[in-house]
Write a protein that binds this ligand. Structure first.
Ligand SMILES: *[C@@H]1O[C@H](CO)[C@@H](O)[C@H](O)[C@H]1NC(C)=O
Ligand SMILES: *[C@@H]1O[C@H](CO)[C@@H](O)[C@H](O)[C@H]1NC(C)=O
Ligand SMILES: *[C@@H]1O[C@H](CO)[C@@H](O)[C@H](O)[C@H]1NC(C)=O
Ligand SMILES: [Zn+2]
Length: 460
């Protein structure tokens, strides 16, 4: 059921197109969300953005206040908390909720730095990966600086580096299969502003997916518990949010391992899905993730220059404006609704900063809920037509949905690193690696993509 607030919103007439001037910035990114105009005009010269919203939230923060130098807003306590020992009702067969108050942050790595690889825990996970049967292709780590600084790697389709070419492996989840379904995702939390988002989602009966950063989980364990207990999907987003392709195998194992562990310690269950920070994934990262029973989830990419990223993350830094984000959103919603677009989609949003939460709860979701035909907003695991239990190792239905390691029967390409893709025995199909929407991608286009993607690589 929608709340009274929402019902009244739905009767509000379209508020009309906004045209909001914006101070041009010479450092504006040529990032690649669907709404950007990077393909046709440099973002640095665009000063106004237009969009149409079917509805807004009457309690929304004014757009003019959703800016990088906004004063910190008051924070709110969680509207629901759950006692240790409570049995989850949203996830069938899940164990009782752990006591988060007993967790000792000193037992975890330092916050927001790449985890050390010499701890007993990481050493064990390295052994586990080695024993998993999944071969890790010998692909060299990339260097800092994204696609422009790694031109050869970016153009190497056998590496299948999503950031630079949009290349996806068959195990990558980038869309929802059914038209008008929307796999929601909020990344980089939990944060001080996540309770505001949770209250809004709860009032509007929306469930989503949270890609949680381990350093935030150990800082805000009760928020993660509320997300989980209220039926949102929890997934891994590393410990310290590095660009995974730049790390050694052992560092990648440590980053994924510690974030799996802290979530298990807080919730009692271990996610089966992860999102690489910045969408930075190649076949080496994919293989390590598979060896750790993690399936990659990215977000929808409709063309070389357009992904379903609202760019809300950049509001906090001032690299984008609220009006630009809403134009991005309007383009995304229109594209997703268009008859040419045959599937559902996965949208990237964030809950780390107040600005991203404000624009989601004040504008994007009120608009989305008022649009016709309606979107079906749900956790990513649900849009894939799987039970919420399949979001966690402990409750996964192994008979119908083998976990990644046990789904592996043959691994190819490890000796030379020539493909690096593994041939799975699951319903996920074979090892084909495709470059979506890029037929005949030539070196010139590849370079152009590399350059265009370079900035967003640093910012997503
Ligand atoms: C889809 O998004 C692009 C920007 O990426 C925009 O130019 C185009 O108008 C959108 N299409 C629709 C149908 O809204
Ligand atoms: C990895 O596993 C192989 C056997 O599969 C073994 O020979 C090798 O010593 C292992 N390496 C490490 C570092 O444990
Ligand atoms: C599925 O397999 C995992 C790993 O072996 C196990 O932990 C889990 O309990 C199994 N799922 C169910 C529902 O038994
Ligand atoms: Zn992130």
């Amino acid at each position: 059921m929608k709340t009274a607030v929402l019902s009244s919103l739905a009767t509000v007439a379209a508020v009309g197109a906004h045209n909001v001037g914006r101070q041009a910035s010479s450092s504006a990114p040529a990032s690649a969300p669907a709404g950007t105009s990077a393909g046709t005009a440099p973002a640095s010269v665009q000063t106004s953005f237009s969009f149409t919203l079917a509805s807004t939230n009457p309690t929304a923060i004014p757009l003019a206040s959703i800016v990088s130098n906004a004063a910190s807003q008051a924070t709110h306590a969680l509207s629901s908390t759950f006692a240790p020992g409570t049995t989850p009702t949203a996830v069938s067969g899940a164990p009782a909720l752990p006591n988060a108050a007993l967790l000792a942050p000193s037992a975890y790595p330092a916050l927001d730095v790449i985890v050390p690889t010499d701890s007993a825990e990481v050493k064990q996970w390295i052994l586990d990966v080695n024993n998993s049967g999944v071969a890790i292709p010998s692909i060299a780590p990339t260097v800092a600086g994204g696609c422009p600084a790694n031109a050869a790697a970016a153009a190497d389709q056998t590496r299948c580096w999503w950031t630079c070419t949009g290349c996806v492996a068959d195990t990558d989840i980038t869309t929802c299969p059914d038209k008008m379904t929307w796999g929601g995702s909020f990344d980089d939390g939990p944060s001080l502003y996540t309770p505001d988002l949770l209250a809004f989602l709860d009032q509007n009966n929306i469930k989503t997916t949270f890609f949680a950063v381990g350093s935030r989980v150990i800082s805000f364990p009760a928020i993660l518990q509320t997300e989980y207990m209220e039926g949102h999907q929890i997934a891994v987003h590393t410990w310290s949010h590095p660009s995974l392709t730049t790390l050694t195998n052992e560092q990648i194992i440590g980053e994924l391992g510690w974030s799996k562990k802290v979530i298990k310690d807080v919730l009692g269950v271990t996610p089966t899905h992860f999102r690489p920070p910045f969408g930075d994934i190649d076949n080496r990262v994919r293989a390590i993730a598979k060896a750790m029973d993690l399936t990659p989830v990215i977000w929808t990419r409709i063309s070389p220059l357009a992904t379903f990223d609202t760019d809300d993350f950049d509001l906090h830094s001032g690299l984008t404006s609220a009006s630009h984000v809403l134009q991005n959103w309007d383009f995304i919603a229109s594209n997703a609704t268009s008859p040419d677009f045959k599937t559902g989609f996965i949208l990237l949003e964030h809950d780390l900063f107040q600005q991203s939460v404000d624009i989601a709860t004040g504008y994007i979701y009120p608009d989305a809920l008022a649009r016709q035909p309606p979107f079906k907003i749900e956790p990513i695991i649900s849009c894939l037509n799987q039970p919420l239990g399949n979001a966690y190792i402990e409750t996964n239905d192994n008979s119908s949905n083998p976990l990644p390691i046990s789904a592996t029967t043959v691994v190819t390409g490890s000796a030379t690193g020539s493909t690096g893709s593994s041939t799975g025995g699951s319903g996920n199909g074979n090892s084909a690696v495709s470059t979506i929407g890029l037929p005949g991608l030539g070196p010139v286009l590849a370079l152009a993509l590399a350059l265009l993607s370079g900035t967003s690589f640093l910012l997503l």
